[in-house]
Design a protein around this ligand. Sequence first.
Ligand code: NAD
Length: 453
Amino acid sequence: MKITIVGTGYVGLVTGTCFAETGITVNCVDVDRHKIEKLKKGLAPIYEPGLDDMIRRNAYKGRLSFSTSLKESIVGSEVVFIAVGTPPDEDGHADLTHVINVAGEIGACMEKYLVVVTKSTVPVGTAGKVRGSIQKELSKRGLEIPFDVASNPEFLKEGNAIEDFLKPDRIVIGVESEQAETIMRRLYKPFLLNNHPILFMDIASAEMTKYAANAMLATKISFINDIANLCETVGADVSAVRRGIGSDPRIGNAFLYPGAGYGGSCFPKDVKALIKTAHAHGHELEILKAVESVNERQKKIMFKKISHHFKGKLHGKTFAVWGLSFKPNTDDMREAPSLALIESLLKANAKIKVYDPVAMKECRKHLGDRIVYAKDQYEALADADALAVVTEWSEFRSPNFGLMRERMKGKVIFDGRNIYEPAEARDLGFAYYGIGRGKQEKQDVSHREHRAR
Ligand code: NAD
């Protein structure tokens, strides 16, 4: 079987490479020449654990190839996936320009029956627009080639994308013809052999499933962040509360970790887009509006704590920031909470030294020379008045506290991911601020007073 994937970003590239891994012949197409040149050399343009090796292995076996030409790649393909970006437009709706353009390009060059599958996250009704765009181009060519549209939303998580794709919790496919279902079943057969559930449904439901899933996960994050902030006010520790509620299987532990707000390329834009879709249909999604506003507030929480500790005097102070990507194991910085914090600190005329295991290059694209990029996590601490941990990379979890004390001018840690134990950090001589971990300022002061006695 041969397929084409259009768009070689986090989703398209992982999808294409993983399908090649199952023995299928895959052509990946992108308009970005630099990406395609890199990929032809066996180099992934993004950081995703294990992806480079898998690309090289499948390219070597002749199952995976890269091109900027859709027309050439599509020849002989039975399925074409559209996996291009759907960023928010200025209004917050999903911008479908890339998706519809690709659909038009397919219509302009297809020569035989195809299943055109939307893998991008798109609002309900997009499949109809894809169909219309293909049809328009076929009509211009005076051709009547049959084709099907389908929706196959992607649920992979950056940082664990290969495992997620190869061992999915479920595969959701929206189809409207038996022929398309048969072809999609054949494509996903290797996954069915391993008992991963494949859920066929109508196209609108498949499109909606992706948004509903992301909206639910974002809701869990905003819920626990809201509870965390209340914990601080009433003197409870959200880490204990989280364990207390997460052990109930109806609630579960996943996505119940408080922090500096959700970011990334999906949750912020998908929550926004779903609110907009609902509004356009005369329905207000009140819960999601609250999820969004809680998140906006949460993205400011670390700056608020820092500003409070230094009594608003941040001018000329130096802050080390550990972790820049929106979550560990990726270099993706889209909507990363670290950017919100750094921008606020820069606005207050503070100096910033940052370190991230893989996102330094991406960070430069966002912040340029306005901050200092350290060679390692300890270099970032030199003369720092405080450390802010924003992303919970493994290597930050058990740091050398002695070295940290030596390097830092001020012994203050703002732990935006609750990776350290407050009492331990304080015993090691640091003022410690987590998220939702009791009445922090009071504890901190009384602890220091106790130590001084
Ligand atoms: P991305 O921005 O990383 O990649 C998109 C790629 O599409 C880019 O390389 C771009 O050059 C290419 N492209 C744009 N127009 C093109 C065209 N006309 N022809 C060929 N290539 C074109 O995006 P992404 O993160 O991979 O996301 C893609 C879609 O998948 C989005 O709708 C997103 O919401 C969804 N999604 C993303 C994730 C994730 O974790 N990133 C997870 C699930 C779903």
